[in-house]
Design a protein around this ligand. Structure first.
Ligand code: ADP
Length: 264
């Protein structure tokens, strides 16, 4: 009986191990898939602007562009494509650092109210070109947060850039307010909106709702992935509410600085 029990126990152990091995194998397979998808996405995002530039350069080299005005246009487009590649590389570097915990924050007490005013100011010309008004709403005083100012600006810029990109005409409202121990920054637009299913996916690397349409928007699909990582690195959270055809509202919540006396 003892031997039979032992064999039974052994069989069970083997089963458990086999199950574990299978799960490890599945996880390995999944990671490989994620890595391959990532590389395919990076290659695609790089190849698109490079192909365009090659085409323009060939035409110029072959002397096919005779008019000076047309030539200038070609240069401008090629320059824009190099900017796109730079942006992609910068975004990728940021993401890598974030994911490897290599991004260090230079944290100081930060006044969010002043920052949103500055961000609004810097985007007004671009917004006005599309007939979009940028408004700011904030109380006279807000508790400070303990944060890396440049990264908070990067977060806001990414959200406002998207709001402008996906709004044809209307208003973008920037606001800051206190909610208990949080400072809440919101970027609302009256743009095309995002469906409930896509709202869950916009944080994924390279995700774009409509690849066809986004193409002319020249995004990298990395902006919101970076926003989410940066907000979480500040112990905050970011959420989206949206209704297709009506607009979107992105809310960033950041913890207020415990000791407001540290205000510089
Ligand atoms: P992208 O570089 O394409 O803007 P993001 O990561 O910033 O990349 O955003 C991912 C996708 O989420 C966008 O391509 C777009 O489809 C959708 N999206 C983001 N912000 C908005 C917005 N304010 N309104 C509508 N759609 C948005």
């Amino acid at each position: 009986v003892d031997t039979a029990d032992e064999i039974g126990d052994l069989a069970q152990t083997i089963n458990t191990l086999a199950g574990r091995l299978e799960r490890v194998e599945q996880e390995r397979h999944h990671l490989e898939q994620v890595r391959n998808d990532f590389l395919a996405n990076v290659s695609h995002e790089l190849r698109t602007p490079l192909t365009a530039m090659q085409g323009f350069l060939e035409a110029l080299q072959d002397g096919l562009v005779e008019e000076e005005e047309a030539r200038q246009k070609y240069y401008a487009v090629m320059y824009a494509e190099t900017l796109h590649i730079s942006r992609l590389v910068d975004d990728l570097m940021d993401l890598m650092k974030l994911e490897n915990n290599e991004l260090t924050l230079a944290k100081f007490p930060v006044d969010v109210g002043g920052l949103i005013e500055k961000v609004a100011l810097s985007f007004r010309p671009e917004a006005e070109e599309k007939g979009i008004e940028i408004t700011v709403e904030r109380p006279d005083t807000l508790p400070k947060i303990y944060a890396d100012k440049d990264r908070i600006v990067q977060i806001m810029k990414n959200l406002v850039k998207n709001a402008i990109k996906f709004t044809d005409e209307g208003t973008i409202a920037l606001s800051a307010q206190t909610d208990g121990n949080w400072v809440e920054i919101a970027v609302s637009d009256t743009g095309i909106g995002i469906s409930a299913d896509d709202q869950e996916r916009v944080w994924e690397r390279f995700f774009k709702v409509d690849r066809g349409r986004s193409k002319k928007n020249k995004g990298t699909g990395l902006g919101l992935a970076i926003v989410k990582e940066l907000v979480e690195l500040h112990d905050g959270e970011v959420t989206v509410e949206s209704e297709p055809g009506k607009g979107s509202r992105f809310v960033v919540r950041l913890p207020v600085l415990d000791d407001q006396r540290m205000i510089s």
